[in-house]
Design a protein around this ligand. Structure first.
Ligand SMILES: *Cc1c(COP(=O)(O)O)cnc(C)c1O
Length: 406
């Protein structure tokens, strides 16, 4: 494992030196968005100042540079997730758009009476697109429940399969519970029963080493802004045979072979699924974020976050009335909690006054909240730049505010 010097790494993130409400910022909202290192921001600035031009259509130098930069990122992403070819890497606006693409396009190939399997811990972006599909196709949605520690009930998962099951759509890591789902095993089971599997990798991609082929994922979706990259850009990985069989998602420029009023043909992969001008600046700078993560080392990042998770969990349990949601073995560095009967929102507001950024609410997972019998939680999530001292400050803040809330 590489040498991990968190203080040195923090210098790469200028935002971490700012103050909030007169206190040093302690940023623990990393499951919603991570901060962006200087190298990525400088890359964006450099592109705007020296080489901004639309991709693909140009014969001129700047357009060719822009195209090369975006295609360089496509290759970086391919290697980063172990995909077989760059034709399998589609740029989207993010995880949400990636899943909508599959629900719309793969969904088009489903027939009335077909079934898909989701889990109760899915983010709304892996629920609502399938419900929208239900307005076009009479498909059934089945839901895998969880066990008390927040892990998936795998026996129940297996029992949901029928000869009509076409697709499983599951989050790799829960954005609320931190549970890491056994997606490789789930993929194998789905494939043995004639179904495909989509994995929502939004919470996994910055914390686990991902190899889509080893997982056996047919689709894998994620967002750059949760992996130290720019906003507005994300990825859908799809297996080539599937993407080839699927109809386009949106129509427009760049996704066509030839357009005429008597019939239009589609461009080759991956462009068939990239209608219109993409966020080519974001796409270009995204490569730097991947470079950054690899230079630090995914294993080193994961080990650092895990030690913060263990330490923070132990210390939080010192606080009377502390309730932590999600205790599955091997969980990711996300802690959802409530203090006694205190409202999550009040806890969040008081922490903000002390300079500590956490997320409060249902975390776009209302069905999960319903299962847990709560309305929302407070969520602290760690990234590579968080420190033990920040955890100490967080615990001290919780100890200070807990008596005010009870
Ligand atoms: C954040 C998140 C999403 C949505 O990602 P966007 O970048 O908002 O499209 C989907 N699933 C999970 C598990 C997430 O954490």
């Amino acid at each position: 494992m590489k040498n991990f010097d968190v203080e040195a790494l923090r210098h790469d993130f200028p935002i971490l030196t700012r103050k909030v409400n007169g206190k040093p910022l302690i940023y623990l909202d990393n499951a919603a968005s991570t901060q962006t290192p200087r190298a990525v921001v400088e890359d964006i600035e450099c592109i705007y100042y020296t080489s901004k031009a639309n991709v693909h259509r140009g014969v001129h130098c700047l357009s060719q540079e822009a195209t090369a930069a975006m295609e360089h990122t496509r290759e970086r992403v391919r290697a980063f997730i172990g995909a077989a070819s760059t034709e399998e890497i589609i740029f989207t606006r993010g995880t949400t758009e990636s899943i909508n693409l599959v629900a719309s396009s793969f969904g088009d190939m489903l027939e009335d009476g077909d079934e898909i399997i989701l889990t109760v811990m899915e983010h709304h972006s892996d629920i609502v697109p399938w419900q929208l599909l239900q307005r076009r196709k009479r498909i059934a949605i089945k839901v895998v429940p969880i066990l008390p520690d927040g892990s998936l009930d795998i026996e129940a998962y297996r029992a949901l399969f029928t000869p009509r099951t076409r697709l499983v759509a599951v989050t790799h890591v829960s954005n609320v519970l931190g549970t890491v789902n056994p997606v490789t095993e789930m993929a194998e089971y789905a494939h043995n029963h004639g179904a495909k599997i989509l994995v929502d990798g939004a919470q996994a991609i910055a914390h686990l080493k991902i190899n889509v082929q080893e997982i056996g994922a047919d689709f894998y979706a994620f967002s750059s802004h949760k992996m130290y990259g720019p906003t507005g850009i994300g990825v859908l990985y799809g297996r080539k045979e599937l993407l080839e069989a699927m109809p386009p998602y949106q129509g427009g420029g760049e996704m066509i072979g030839h357009v005429s009023f008597s019939g239009t043909t589609w461009a080759d992969l991956p462009f068939k699924f990239e209608a219109g001008t993409p966020d080519y600046v974001g796409a270009a700078a995204f490569a730097r974020a991947i470079d950054y993560m690899e230079s630090v080392g995914i294993d080193a990042i994961a080990a650092h976050e895990h030690s913060l998770l263990t330490y923070a969990t132990e210390r939080m349990l010192e606080i009377p009335g502390m309730r932590i949601f999600g205790t599955a073995p091997g969980k990711s560095a996300v802690i959802s909690f409530l203090i006694g009967t205190a409202h999550h929102y009040d806890t969040g507001i008081l922490l903000d006054q002390l300079g500590i950024a956490v997320r409060t609410g249902h975390h776009c997972a209302q069905p999960l909240m319903e299962t847990l019998g709560i309305e929302g939680t407070v969520r602290a999530a760690f990234a590579l730049y968080n420190t033990r001292e920040e955890v100490d400050a967080f615990i001290a803040a919780l100890k200070r505010i807990a008596p005010m809330l009870m």
